[in-house]
Design a protein around this ligand. Structure first.
Ligand code: UT7
Length: 342
């Protein structure tokens, strides 16, 4: 295996990066609200009304994040008209890496046979795809790399407690990947981004054990600390307020109004959050893509999964102005303004 020298290839700023291609993958197995009614004290009606979710996909045992990432990534590279050897950089946004180390980016690089790529994982929970897009696009804009594979992938079923009704109804597994490259025209591509973190919200959404603070022990397993814990209403309120504020700030500083936006692609955690944020920002309902119904919250996977559905529905076309918004554990918040390039 050759070592990457892509980062030495050139450092002349090239302007903007654009999304050249997009592909997604969800595992075939479907977990419906009716299935969950058999596991915990919940109902299809409660889940649908409070979240907008009807079903989600989950992997079979033995399938890791790098496996579902590979399905999306290989197809995204093919759709870009490239081969794995053309990829200079791999960034995987995930909160469910195959293991703590090595990074999922390394495992994915090997599975793809992307012999020239370097890469790393981004830990930003539900904002990981948005943050990864920003990092990749900035390295391309700086002229440091030419083609970057950006993946958002999570096997949330591996960290969900299927005895906890407050979390197990929310999440699903899924992956999405885009290939970023230099913009084919000056108007197209990733125009601007805004990101924030607020660690004061750390306890509101976390997996308490399995890291350096509380390594795995019989006690941590008995106390079910290797699962997602969430204070839903705290996260809900933060998400609506701060995502809305960040989107407004991004639009203002680019002299763009809500009416100029062709499509709003939000992280899909809850239908009510997406509707509240778009209302707050002033984006018409017809310009909002919501597909949480079929996938639940796939964490780093939601934004590419939503983009993909928008493309398939003919709602996302070359030249469209897209506002991307994310919010997740940390807290992490993100917004990007993109002129769609294919
Ligand atoms: O992607 C990462 C970011 N995460 C999010 O953005 C999630 C943000 N939060 C949410 O989406 C919502 O807060 C939830 C969907 C998690 C919960 O909705 P809520 O309207 O905030 O409900 P709640 O937590 O206030 O609970 C209302 C009631 C409670 O019962 P009591 O105390 O009123 O008797 C819960 O115990 O609903 C109960 N409940 C359920 N009932 C049936 C909670 N989960 C369930 C359930 N089925 N699955």
């Amino acid at each position: 295996m050759r070592t990457s020298i892509a980062n030495l290839a050139g450092t002349t700023p090239i302007g903007r990066a654009e999304i050249k291609s997009l592909a997604t993958y969800v595992p075939p197995r479907v977990l419906t609200n009716a299935d969950l009614e058999k596991l915990v004290d919940t109902s299809d009606e409660w889940i649908l009304q409070r979240t907008g979710i009807r079903e989600r996909h989950i992997v079979e045992p033995g399938v890791g994040t790098s496996d579902i990432a590979k399905e999306a990534a290989a197809e995204a590279i093919r759709r870009a008209g490239l081969t794995p050897d053309d990829i200079d950089l791999i960034i995987v946004g995930t909160v469910t890496p195959d293991m703590l180390f090595p990074s999922t980016a390394c495992l994915l690089q090997h599975k793809l046979g992307a012999s020239r790529a370097w890469g790393f994982d981004v830990s930003a929970a539900c904002s990981a795809f948005a943050y990864s897009l920003t990092v990749g696009s900035q390295l391309i804009a700086a002229g440091s790399v030419k083609y970057a594979l950006i993946v958002g992938a999570d096997v949330m079923s591996s960290i969900i407690d299927y005895t906890d009704r407050t979390t197990c109804v929310l999440f699903g597994d899924g992956a999405g990947a885009v290939v970023l490259g230099p913009s084919s025209s000056p108007e197209l591509g990733i125009i601007d981004f805004a990101h924030e973190i607020d660690g004061s919200g750390g306890a509101a959404l976390c997996m308490p054990a399995g890291g350096s603070l509380k390594p795995a022990s019989h006690e941590t397993v008995d106390q079910r600390l290797h699962f997602v814990k969430q204070d839903g209403s705290t996260v809900f309120k933060f998400a609506v307020r701060r995502t809305g504020d960040l989107c407004e700030r991004l639009l203002r500083r680019n002299n763009v109004t809500a009416d100029d936006i062709d499509l709003f692609v939000s992280h899909q955690a809850n239908r009510r959050i997406i509707e509240a944020v778009s209302e707050r920002v002033g984006i018409d309902k017809s310009k909002v893509i919501i597909n949480i119904e079929r996938f639940g919250n796939t964490t780093a996977g939601t934004i590419p999964l939503a983009m993909n559905d928008a493309v398939l529905q003919g709602r996302l076309k070359k030249g469209d102005l897209v506002l991307v918004a994310s919010v997740g554990a940390g807290f992490t918040v993100g917004a990007l303004l993109i002129r769609w390039a294919f």
